[in-house]
Ligand binder design. Structure first.
Ligand code: ATP
Length: 276
């Protein structure tokens, strides 16, 4: 189990400080703080609607935050947008790729726009097609790929420029066991090179197995961050508790806290009170 191995990383790659985001009246992120270290596999876990996808989209620049700051390798995206984005490889939850390109054409395109030199690009394409078992699909149109094959193609495309930070939204959904094994191998290869993997997942057993540390987010806030041992101690669930047990305890407590806070507030008058 990876999560129990506390790491002692040297430096921060990604930092979010007091990030807020609302969609109209709906508060999706409420002062989210996160710190991710170089060379770790970091998981963002939380219930449906916790704000995971919103958080990832803000980091990669697909959504604008209302307030707060984000840096990657100390770079502010508003000051160094090009360098900032070059550090990222991103695979969204619902992969959308150009159907009219072949797998190889997409990978060439992804490499070219990120200025990967030709010789290196060729080697990387060969290597990722092999790793993801897509060699026989090299000249196949994306339109003709299965869902899992598209996922793997998207991951190869996100890795083609060798980014410092690989960001993945629910990376294992729709991938068969062999594909999941390959992805885990890739993660391990990345961290050996001091690169970082940042993923969001619902699957707590996966997070427990794959990640060095996780952040549990709930209602747009970071409830707890750390390795399993730290989270077990924080939640007082005992040293044999699984991440799922820890997660349920911490998010349950948060729910209760929130309820108590609400209960402390003066009760709103209902229509029944008005007409009483
Ligand atoms: P899930 O695990 O279900 O994918 P999540 O943790 O990724 O959820 P988000 O998708 O970030 O959560 O959503 C956070 C909150 O923001 C939810 O209440 C959601 O309904 C709301 N939300 C997300 N996108 C939009 C949008 N485009 N417009 C309005 N509300 C949105």
């Amino acid at each position: 189990m990876k999560l129990e191995k506390g790491r002692n990383p040297l430096s921060t790659i990604l930092q979010l400080v007091d990030v807020w985001k609302s969609y109209d009246d709906m508060k999706a992120l409420c002062g989210l703080n996160l710190e991710v270290f170089k060379g770790e596999i970091f998981g963002l876990v939380g219930p449906n609607g916790a704000g995971k996808t919103t958080c990832l989209k803000i980091i990669v620049g697909l959504l604008k935050m209302d307030k707060g700051s984000i840096t990657i390798n100390g770079l502010d995206p508003t000051v160094h947008p090009y360098k900032y984005k070059r550090s990222i490889g991103y695979v969204p939850e619902s992969v959308s790729l150009p159907d009219y390109l072949t797998v190889e054409e997409l990978l060439i395109y992804s490499g070219k726009i990120r200025e990967v030199p030709n010789e290196i690009l060729k080697q990387r394409i060969d290597s990722y097609l092999k790793i993801f078992d897509l060699e026989d699909k090299r000249e196949t149109l994306i339109l003709q790929l299965s869902r899992g094959m598209r996922q793997k193609t998207a991951m190869a495309s996100a890795l083609i420029h060798d980014p410092d930070l690989l960001i993945l939204d629910e990376p294992l959904i729709g991938i068969d066991p062999a594909g999941q094994h390959v992805i885990k191998e890739i993660f391990n290869m990345r961290i050996k090179e001091n690169k970082t993997v940042f993923l969001s997942t619902h699957m707590l057993d996966t997070a427990e197995r794959m990640c060095n540390r996780v952040a549990i987010i709930h209602r747009g806030r970071n409830v707890a961050t750390g390795d399993l041992r730290h989270l077990q101690s924080l939640s007082e669930t005992g040293e044999n508790a699984t991440l799922e047990e820890v997660f349920l305890k911490l998010t349950e407590e948060r729910g209760t806290e929130k309820k108590e806070q609400i209960d402390e507030q003066p009760k709103k008058r209902s229509l029944f009170d008005v007409f009483r």
